[in-house]
Design a protein around this ligand. Structure first.
Ligand code: SF4
Length: 70
């Protein structure tokens, strides 16, 4: 089983908490919406990053990060 990271981009408002928690997996860049939004750099991060990804998902103010197993 591997971790799969998805985001609901429509709800992301660019707080960058995710980037602060796990810069290996999340970046935040200018978007067409007129404010920054998240980009997932690694859709299937390794197990060594699980704790950091979970923290990013937990602390994202808009709860847009989902971790699935596939
Ligand atoms: S913390 Fe959440 S709302 Fe903020 S940039 Fe990351 S995914 Fe988007």
């Amino acid at each position: 089983m591997a971790m799969k990271v998805t985001v609901d981009i429509d709800l992301c408002q660019g707080h960058s908490v995710c980037l602060g928690e796990c810069p290996e997996v999340f970046d935040v860049v200018d978007s067409d919406e007129g404010y920054p939004q998240v980009v997932v750099l690694l859709e299937h991060p390794g197990e060594e990053l699980r704790e950091k990804v979970e923290k990013a998902a937990q602390y994202c103010p808009n709860h847009v990060i989902t971790i699935e197993e596939d």
